[in-house]
Write a protein that binds this ligand. Structure first.
Ligand code: FAD
Length: 437
């Protein structure tokens, strides 16, 4: 059980820089990148936004296929709102550096969150969008100050079977459709406006704000001091006490609206399983849906830079998106097709008016002879990028094509129930980059 002492902070002589603080928390070597530009990649009538964000950097080392991890920041309004709910002691306020009072056995060891102002800790280090859990309320109740009637409600919430999400969407309790608002700590202190929480409680209890990973979307040979991302902006509706509420993904929305010149913190995560084949003559098939096109821009750019006149292998692209207006990097793809860097480019639209729904896996099945020829005879490499559902669909389509082929004798196993995708994975020729959501 937590005690009041656990949540005490004292003023620190100075705070460490944010970059050092993030390094301490995440145990990564972090760099600063400066935003050069943010360009919309889809026309205004597309109902989802995707942007190309370009950064300047001076020390990132990466190759096509690697990821860039971005540290998002929480909005000033929300951070200030939480700071207003804090109890500070000993002349401390949201702009004075604080550190948690350490237990004697930890003396000398930097605490979980290094010395920082409360404003910085809530902006850069802690996840304030998470939903308070019943155990958080239980830990908070003995140490918070609040009105008696709100304390009663909170006590009920910390023990009752009703979940906090239900409490916050109470007016829509009977609505069964669609996701409900998962209240954040900010929603929580807005609703329970009399609650005052020791600053140290947040430093101890809030989870760490995690970086978001993005597939690097440019070739380092073409842009030696830049890094580009293709970012789909997450946007969805939830039901709340006041009806529908629009929610945005923290990092993707930040990247859509970020102002050129802004500096962000990032690090490269190498992804050895999703690299271009070392031989430039190798043929490749690239299959991506939505922002899953991201890493392939780095592939065709790299091939554009490195291929000698006739030496490079074939490069076949399958792109899936909702409508024609949400096709990504269309102009650049056309250019690469014209210059013969991209051998063929095929599109599949899942929500285009007056067209039957089609997914990339349908297109693969339609091109089965080409796929067979490339994978079986030419030993091409196959790359898939996007969400897990699409990756499963694509893997099934490839298995179907190869299992139905009359020419699969040169693949190593010979069982009737062969999983050709598995064999290709063992051969290092089937590569997946799967986004969690
Ligand atoms: P968050 O603020 O983290 O919100 C996400 C949360 O919102 C979800 O966990 C869920 O709780 C909630 N949520 C989402 N949708 C709904 C819904 N419909 N209803 C209710 N709740 C919902 N993205 C790209 O755009 N481009 C890339 O190149 C790219 N590469 C990636 C590579 C890897 C290896 C991984 C793991 C992910 C990649 N992503 C990429 C996804 C990216 O990392 C982020 O997950 C994405 O941008 C969303 O982050 P966010 O901070 O905007 O959203």
């Amino acid at each position: 059980g937590a005690s009041v002492q656990d949540f005490k902070v004292s003023s620190a002589t100075e705070s460490v820089s944010v970059i050092k603080g993030l390094q301490h928390i995440h145990k990564k070597l972090i760099s600063t990148c400066e935003v050069l530009s943010v360009e919309s990649l889809v026309s205004a009538d597309a109902n989802c936004s995707t942007v190309l964000v370009k950064f300047q950097h001076d020390q990132l080392l990466y190759s096509p296929g690697d990821h860039l991890a971005i540290f998002p920041t929480n909005s000033k309004d929300k951070v200030e709102k939480l700071c207003q709910s804090c109890i500070f002691e000993d002349e401390v306020n949201m702009d004075t550096p604080v550190s948690l009072i350490e237990a004697p056995e930890n003396e000398g060891v930097m605490s979980r969150i290094p010395p920082a102002t409360m404003f910085t800790a809530l902006t850069n280090y802690l996840d304030i969008e998470c939903t308070p859990r019943q155990c958080d309320l239980e830990a908070m109740l003995p140490v918070c100050k609040c009105d008696e009637d709100q304390r009663q409600k909170l006590t009920q919430l910390s023990t009752a079977l009703i979940t906090i999400s239900f409490f916050f969407s109470r007016i829509q309790m009977h609505t069964t459709h669609g996701p409900k608002l998962k209240p954040s700590w900010v929603d929580f202190v807005t609703e329970f406006s009399s609650v005052r929480i020791p600053a140290g409680f947040y430093l101890t209890e809030l989870p760490v704000l995690q970086p978001r990973y993005y597939s690097i979307s440019n070739s380092p040979s073409m842009y030696p001091d830049q890094v580009h991302l293709t970012v789909g902006v997450l946007e969805y509706q939830v039901k709340s006490e006041n009806g529908e509420r629009q929610k945005f993904g923290l990092c993707s929305k930040l990247l859509e609206t970020i102002v050129p010149g802004t500096k962000i913190y990032a690090f490269v995560r190498r992804f050895p399983d999703f690299q271009l084949p070392s031989a430039i003559k190798s043929d490749i098939i690239m299959v991506g849906a939505g922002s899953g096109l991201a890493p392939f821009r780095s592939f065709w750019q790299e091939r554009t830079e490195l291929a000698s006149e006739s030496g490079a292998g074939e490069l076949h692209l399958f792109q899936g998106c909702r409508t024609k207006s949400s096709l990504l990097h269309a102009e650049e793809i056309n250019g690469a097709v014209n210059s013969k860097v991209i051998t063929s480019s095929v599109t599949a639209f899942s929500r285009e008016k007056d067209m039957p729904k089609a997914y990339v896996q349908d297109r693969l099945l339609e091109c089965r002879e080409l796929i067979e020829e490339l994978l079986l005879r030419k030993k091409a490499h196959f790359y898939v990028c996007g969400d897990i559902k699409m990756a499963i669909g694509v893997s099934k389509a490839v298995s179907t094509i190869l299992a139905g082929s009359t020419r699969n004798g040169d693949m190593t196993a010979s069982d009737g129930e062969l999983d050709y995708v598995e064999i290709m994975k063992q051969e290092g020729r089937y590569h997946e980059d799967i986004f969690a959501v």
